[in-house]
Design a protein around this ligand. Sequence first.
Ligand SMILES: *[C@@H]1O[C@H](CO)[C@@H](O)[C@H](O)[C@H]1NC(C)=O
Ligand SMILES: *[C@@H]1O[C@H](CO)[C@@H](O)[C@H](O)[C@H]1NC(C)=O
Ligand SMILES: *[C@@H]1O[C@H](CO)[C@@H](O)[C@H](O)[C@H]1NC(C)=O
Ligand SMILES: *[C@@H]1O[C@H](CO)[C@@H](O)[C@H](O)[C@H]1NC(C)=O
Length: 921
Amino acid sequence: MAKPIPTSFLTRANALFRKNLTYQKRNIWSNVRLIVIPLYLCVVLVCIQALFDALVNNSTDNQCGCRCIDEKNGDEKCEIKSCGLQYSSQNQAVFCAFPNPPALLPLLHIPRRDSCRSRRGSCPVTILVTGTNQSLGATLSGNLLSTSFTVNSSDLFLRNLAYNVLGTKSETDYTNYRDPGLYSDLPIFNIQPQCTSASKISFSLRQSPLQFQKEVRCVEGLNLWRNNSIEVNNEIFKGYHKENHKEIINEVAAAYDLLDTDKKNFNVTIWYYTTYKGDLQDWRVKYVRVLRSVNMVSNAYLQFLQGPGTKMLFDFVKEMPKQETRLRMDMASLIGPIFFTWVILLLFPVILTSLVYEKQQRLRIIMKMHGLGDAPYWMVSYAYFLAISTLYIVCLMIFGSAIGLKFFRFNDYSIQFIFYFLYINLQISIAFLVSSAFSKTVTASVAAYIYVFGSGLLGAFLFQFLIEGLSFPRRWIFVMELYPGFSLYRGLYEFSQYAFQRNLNGRDGMKWKDFRGSAMDEVFPIIIVEWFLALIAAYYMDRVSSSAKDPFVFLKNAFKISSSQERPRLQKQVSSVLVEMDKLDVIQEREKVEQLMLEPSTSHAILCDNLKKVYPGMDGNPPKLAVRGLSLAVNSGECFGILGPNGAGKTSFINMMIGLVKPTSGSAFVQGLDICNDMDRVYTSMGVCPQHDLLWETLTGREHLLFYGRLKNLKGSDLNQAVEESLKSVNLFRGGVADRPAGKYSGGMKRRLSVAISLIGNPKVVYMDEPSTGLDPASRMNLWTVIKRAKKHTAIILTTHSMEEAEYLCDRLGIFVDGMLQCIGNPKELKGRYGGSYVLTITTSSEREQDVEILVQDVSPNAKKIYHIAGTQKFEIPKEEVRISEVFQAVEKAKSSFKVFAWGLADTTLEDVFIKVAKTG
Ligand SMILES: *[C@@H]1O[C@H](CO)[C@@H](O)[C@H](O)[C@H]1NC(C)=O
Ligand SMILES: *[C@@H]1O[C@H](CO)[C@@H](O)[C@H](O)[C@H]1NC(C)=O
Ligand SMILES: *[C@@H]1O[C@H](CO)[C@@H](O)[C@H](O)[C@H]1NC(C)=O
Ligand SMILES: *[C@@H]1O[C@H](CO)[C@@H](O)[C@H](O)[C@H]1NC(C)=O
């Protein structure tokens, strides 16, 4: 006999892959929705960005100020605009172009000291000096400030203002082009050792392109010597921003530590005054007024060396010329992480529900019965989800870039792709792992969506906050990143930051060289390690759940060494029971099997030799003997029916034969192939029709058959022909039934499809578990015809509760009771052997029951009453004691003496046999 070639891995993978594709095609709308969501979110981001551009980036507040200069058009449309510093507000000035930056007065920043002013009108500006040589310090102090103050108004650049030390109380801004010290309403202070009454002057500043009036007010400057720098430090510290900003006690404008300065050596440390408010959110840097204080001490030192006639004048400061700039804040990048976290995590529920669906509908098991082992299933599923996810990610990247999101455009595509790719691998592995914890798609999808949205929101509102809060320990950030949602968020956050910075100030987006600088060197290893761990864990959980074992079985095994000693005793007990209870025909079958086992090649399709299955005892229950040594030989072209009450071990037997569970002992051969070692090859020539229809609701009948046909190694035109024939044979061909989704089939159609599936590819062995349950008589007849036709080249093992079916289909029957066959034979034999009696039913009025009994006793003294109710009585009459004519005569006689409403005589049915055998077992 030609041994079947096992279906190759590739064929099986191909079958599953095509089935999955069809399945997804059927769910086209949910897929479209899935793809549309990221596109939709990208569009939303672009809209947000456009809105932000219009309202913020392009608002007149955030660009250099302009004014219309063609008056004739009025307010309508301005054709000629002039832009520049002179039309700009403080904020706008930052953005203006400065081909020729104006000369600006260098100012000293002096503390506000409002409380002091309210007491005395003005209070002195304190300058502290220290150093190793006090007399030198005193000399330099005297030189710091100039005593006279004159303004020469014909001096265009106010050069002689440079002889004086001018200060301001206004804060600095982001740019010096419009230094608030000059442009605000606050006066400029001229710091002098002593103020005279005439020291308040107004003058006009003409600094192209701006001209304005400015008041210069005198303020007393106080130079104080301190013994050492520690004292200076303490004093500044005590005065700095004292509590609330108003209660400033003695703020110091500047302080100098002259250190070891002498005639040959000028060495000085300067403390300068600033009023920054630590603002993390502000990415711009404010200017610092430090230049004037440097010049003051340098000038003083020069005068000390060269005499009071020498001056080192600090006329003005000038910024460098610059182009006009614009505000370019990429809002889309800033809020991108939460959106893209959602987008990428959104695949998780899809994968998870798909996996749980196949588990919930028990489709995994049926695929396994048709030869799709765990390895191809997992590999193909993995590859399939990976392909889908990759496609999704690539679509997202392409679309995001095309629509103009800087988040995608500015960062290196390879680093982005690898990040996403690694993450989707992790995501799929986690879905595999988690799928073993769910048995219902509804709960799985609810949990998965909570994970998706929860991760996004927690990422944006908690995790990001912690990343940016510099005080949060980095270690704990790392720990948080172990949560997959956060590691994804972190990666996206880094991308967004790089894109944002690049857009704002032209720095580069993320490149591979930034790998170390960003948190990517942290996130990548986490993702990779978790990916492998999740895969291993998923594999283990799958092993455990598919063998229906306790997840911690390996722990138990370690502790339970003693259990192996129990086993021999148990088996002995079983075999002694067997010998005692075996019936003659069963013994004959066993002998036949033993004979066949000796022959090297056998023509028998199915051969079971003393097959046993013992389920280990659980929770203190004794071990359950599901099958207690079964020997059976079934020929090709034979249909063997198994009858038996529920729980007799029929399903355990079938499960062993289809490789779902391993036999405890004994062996079985299908086509000469051992089911323990060669199951892969057995599957190719095996068909299974399970008790419950295990079908994909959205796949059509034809697609089911194509899938299983491919698993059975059918290809090309053979496949199409087989499917066509199969559909015709089960009457699912006409009227487009074959192309309707199986979910819309009636119960009978589903059943017929299940049978067709089990028969596709001309399997040599078919197992059918109650194939006609729940069918109307017409469909049942139809189905039987199909099975009968298929039987010609096939060995069929069929379990049923319908005696009619058993009688019609089966060549031989075995009645299975309590884990073993009680009898084997063809239906007629069994009826003859176990029946051997007629059943007489007589209905009379209830007073006449006694008479009927006497009558029956007359006919046959050994007759047994098996049933009576309200005048209807049933008797079992041994066949050898009576002839049918005698019974007829007796009844006729009885009719003349009392009224017989109805009567009947029946031969034994298979049902009676079954009940009888089941009772004895
Ligand atoms: C301190 O400086 C003065 C000059 O102002 C110099 O004459 C004197 O020698 C210096 N003293 C020391 C101890 O260096
Ligand atoms: C004022 O400035 C002009 C031009 O720099 C100069 O000629 C004139 O002497 C100055 N007057 C005084 C009083 O310094
Ligand atoms: C500074 O030192 C001088 C003499 O060296 C001393 O008289 C004075 O008390 C010191 N001042 C302070 C505030 O310690
Ligand atoms: C300046 O002073 C510091 C602190 O006393 C000292 O370390 C450094 O050597 C001095 N520099 C010079 C050029 O003297």
